[in-house]
Design a protein around this ligand. Structure first.
Ligand SMILES: NC(=O)c1ccc[n+]([C@@H]2O[C@H](COP(=O)([O-])OP(=O)(O)OC[C@H]3O[C@@H](n4cnc5c(N)ncnc54)[C@H](OP(=O)(O)O)[C@@H]3O)[C@@H](O)[C@H]2O)c1
Length: 449
């Protein structure tokens, strides 16, 4: 069994125009069934079979050789991801902004995939979207496309390049964002807090690459590590003046939303805080992705732990298995431009049935975490979307709970799989979190504003 096998499941895996959305506030409490009360619909999983064999027949269990740590983690990854390919419970809740307030939200990778659809949906809710893309041309193209369907959308783009493979460009981009937020162009400023910077309400760290061949960034960092984590770490550091602007005023805390993946669960095998750039170990493109996605979770955890919830709320999440061009390196024939439009509808319908969603559906957690009041009650959590038929909670229970979001906690994943402990085993801890922060800080020091 290889990491590739485990991970290949993942690849399958105007402003005024939408006031009605904003007035319908969604106030559901996010309570989930406890694992003890859940009937285990999961017994189909290999782990469940193993677990029940253990309890029902000790003799047989004694004959089984225990799985190695590596086998266990990879099997858990496969089970988690195949189980993730489950039907999404339907939901009717509409997204509403925090008390109908217009927010300013920066999203990275807003020109493609779920970053693009999140930008569209956030704009539709009446928020101002600062749409980041690798180049101004890409950002402008996406903006035009959004304005085509929503002429009143408030989408802002910058003039600087911002290839995340170059921390210098990230610094320049952040400088321009801060200048924009200080200028009269951005509307009411932050004077009430003694600062000129207007608040950046949410920072959605979404851009990413997956399973790319080995490549070093301009600063000599492994590409997944730099694009998916380090560049975003620097962006946060440089945008702090805006994120913390007006923090004592009535406006709520800033939100940092880190788009991770269930593939982070291979962090135990792939995350090495002493060799984040794969300089002293063999490069594996899936380990590189898994490591970077584990970094996304640790980064959000770190922000949540280091800031009070009244100032900053930080969460990470898995958006589900979404048909986007993220597969460009692993399954190049599956990118949108190569798919046959004739067959597209047929495939889409079937893919949906097994839980693979299109980008319109796949961005719902971005939007929810950025806009909902309920999301402000959670910080430092890892969310999984969609609500899945995980062993720890039946589909019925999830549907009855009225939401499709699952927060890491005992209540949501299989006791048999020892989730979430196994999901995060060995790496989602304070020691690794702090080490990652210290190393990242050293790496970006020269690029701080
Ligand atoms: N799709 C899924 O099933 C899935 C599952 C789990 C997690 N995720 C996560 O979701 C996030 C969004 O992915 P997606 O599925 O929407 O994929 P996507 O369509 O490939 O979008 C990725 C975005 O990141 C940008 N990006 C990549 N490298 C960059 C760089 N060096 N500089 C600047 N921008 C860069 C891309 O810009 P260009 O267009 O210029 O390349 C694009 O806008 C990723 O973090 C991914 O890990 C996705």
């Amino acid at each position: 069994m290889t990491a590739f096998t485990a991970n290949s499941f993942a690849v399958s895996g105007g402003r005024n125009s939408c006031r009605s959305f904003r007035t319908a506030s969604f106030r559901k409490k996010h309570t989930f069934p406890s694992s003890s009360s859940s009937s285990s619909s999961s017994s189909a999983s290999p782990f469940a079979t193993r677990a029940s064999a253990k309890t029902s027949d000790d003799d047989d269990t004694a004959k089984m050789s225990p799985p190695t740590r590596r086998e266990t983690v990879l099997l858990a990854a496969i089970v988690g991801l195949t189980t993730a390919v489950a039907t999404t419970p339907s939901h009717n809740s509409s997204f509403a902004s925090e008390e109908g307030r217009k927010q300013t939200i920066l999203i990275t990778g807003g020109n493609s995939g779920i970053g693009k659809t999140a930008s569209e949906q956030l704009a539709k809710l009446g928020h101002r979207v600062i749409l980041h893309a690798r180049t101004p041309a890409k950002a402008e193209k996406a903006k035009k496309e959004i304005l085509f369907t929503q002429p009143d959308a408030d989408v802002v783009t910058m003039e600087s390049n911002c290839d995340l493979m170059d921390l210098k460009e990230v610094r320049g981009y952040c400088q321009e964002v801060l200048e924009y937020l200080t200028s009269s162009k951005s509307g009411d400023g932050g004077e009430e807090n003694g600062s000129n910077v207007k608040k950046l309400d949410s920072l959605i760290l979404n851009a990413g690459i997956m399973a790319a061949p080995y490549e070093l960034s301009k600063q000599n960092h492994e590409s997944h590590f730099q694009v998916n984590h380090l560049a975003h770490f620097l962006m946060y550091e440089n945008l702090k003046p805006a994120l913390f602007a007006n923090e004592s005023a009535s406006k709520g805390p800033a939100r940092v939303i880190s788009v991770s993946s269930l593939l982070a669960m291979i962090g135990e095998l792939s995350l090495d805080v002493n060799d984040l750039d794969f300089k002293n170990r063999k490069y594996d493109k899936w380990y590189a992705y898994g490591q970077s996605k584990a970094c996304n979770i640790l980064f959000a955890d770190d922000l949540a732990k280091e800031n009070s919830i009244s100032k900053l709320v930080a969460n990470s999440f898995h958006p589900g298995i979404v048909t986007t061009d993220l597969v460009r390196y692993s399954f190049p024939d599956l990118i949108a431009s190569k798919r046959d439009p004739e067959r597209e509808r047929w495939i889409r319908e079937r893919a949906r049935r097994i839980g693979i969603r299109d980008a319109d559906e796949g961005c719902k957690t971005h939007v929810w975490l950025a806009t909902e009041d309920a999301a402000l009650e959670k910080s430092g959590e890892f969310f999984v979307d969609p609500g899945l038929v995980y062993p720890g909670a039946t589909r019925k229970q999830l549907v009855e709970s009225g939401d499709w979001f699952l927060v890491s906690g005992e209540e949501f994943l299989a006791p048999q799989l020892q989730f979430p402990e196994r999901l995060f085993d060995g790496w989602r801890n304070d020691e690794t979190r702090v080490k990652l922060r210290e190393r990242s800080q050293n790496m970006v020091n020269d690029f701080l504003l």
